[in-house]
Design a protein around this ligand. Structure first.
Ligand SMILES: NC(=O)c1ccc[n+]([C@@H]2O[C@H](COP(=O)([O-])OP(=O)(O)OC[C@H]3O[C@@H](n4cnc5c(N)ncnc54)[C@H](OP(=O)(O)O)[C@@H]3O)[C@@H](O)[C@H]2O)c1
Length: 261
């Protein structure tokens, strides 16, 4: 069994998950990276290994219970221990409830909410079996604070995720296992780059009409990554339950209108 603590990061093939895996490696952890794009995961683990970490890339589809089981079996077979899981894998499909395909609604809820529940379950079962005072971290979104029309399944999945965290924490009372939620503002990643352009334009129009347009400022991926490492590294006896992270506020009045830049 490795002496270093081990973290499993879902959705580690890009964006916040990738940055989080690398931040843990830089902080002296061994890392297990899961996602569907194995080629991208390999690049991440190569970078993690260059910091001295032992790193595993393992295919993971969080919406498939068998894939989740295989992933965590591989983690334990490789490292012999697991100390933290970051349930980060997520997706969104823009569109109104009336316009979305049923398959899109299912994919968003199954990835963000069901997938996170399955990964948390696998980790918690291991923590309980081995009496590990482990950490479960969920990656949520500040979209839960406003209605965000044209993103309703996404927002509902993240709101559900935050309630999953609250209920799970209650279930785990007295075990030493900590449950944290990181609620993120807009962050510069590949998120949304695969969206249908017409649907994305309609989404912006709706957000403007409902006055829920996010700030023009965005976070770098290092911000949530370092925050998550900090949350998990907090001294025992301390639990960061809900950490809301956004870019420093800018004076939007001084910014050019969207589309005028
Ligand atoms: N970017 C933002 O502005 C923002 C704001 C608030 C919250 N968030 C949240 O941050 C998390 C990470 O998003 P990101 O911004 O870093 O976007 P991203 O670069 O698109 O990363 C999404 C990650 O999720 C993985 N993923 C998607 N479906 C999956 C599945 N079924 N099984 C396993 N992995 C899956 C993707 O990997 P594969 O495609 O290789 O499977 C990818 O690694 C998401 O939960 C998102 O909701 C993002």
């Amino acid at each position: 069994m490795t002496d270093r603590s081990v973290v499993a990061v879902t959705g580690a093939s890009s964006g916040i998950g990738q940055a989080t895996a690398l931040a843990f490696a830089a902080a002296g952890w061994n890392v297990a990276c899961g996602a569907r794009r194995l080629d991208r995961l390999e690049e991440v683990v190569d970078r993690a290994r260059s910091t001295g970490a032992v790193a595993l890339s393992e295919k993971l589809d969080v919406t498939a219970p068998d894939s989740v089981s295989s992933f965590f079996e591989a983690v334990l077979a490789t490292f012999g221990r697991l100390d933290a899981v970051v349930c980060n894998a997520g997706t969104a499909v823009p569109g109104t409830i009336a316009a979305l395909e049923a398959s899109d609604i299912l994919r968003v809820i199954e990835t963000n909410l069901v997938g996170s529940a399955l990964c948390a379950q696998a980790a918690v079962r291991h923590f309980l079996r081995t009496e590990t005072p482990g950490d479960v971290v969920f990656v949520s979104s500040d979209s839960v604070e406003k209605p965000f029309p044209s993103m309703v399944p996404y927002v509902a999945s993240k709101a559900g995720l935050e309630h999953l965290a609250v209920g799970l924490r209650a279930e785990l009372m007295g075990t030493g296992i900590r449950v944290s939620t990181v609620r993120l503002g807009p962050t510069l990643t590949e998120f949304g780059t695969d969206w249908d352009m017409d649907a994305a334009v309609e989404l912006m129009r709706m957000w403007k009409r409902h006055a829920v347009m996010p700030s023009r400022a965005v976070l770098d991926v290092e911000a949530p990554a370092l925050a998550i490492v900090g949350i998990v590294s907090a001294p025992r006896g301390t639990e960061y339950r809900l950490v809301s992270i956004g870019p420093t506020t800018v004076d939007e009045a001084e910014e050019p209108e969207r589309g005028e830049a």
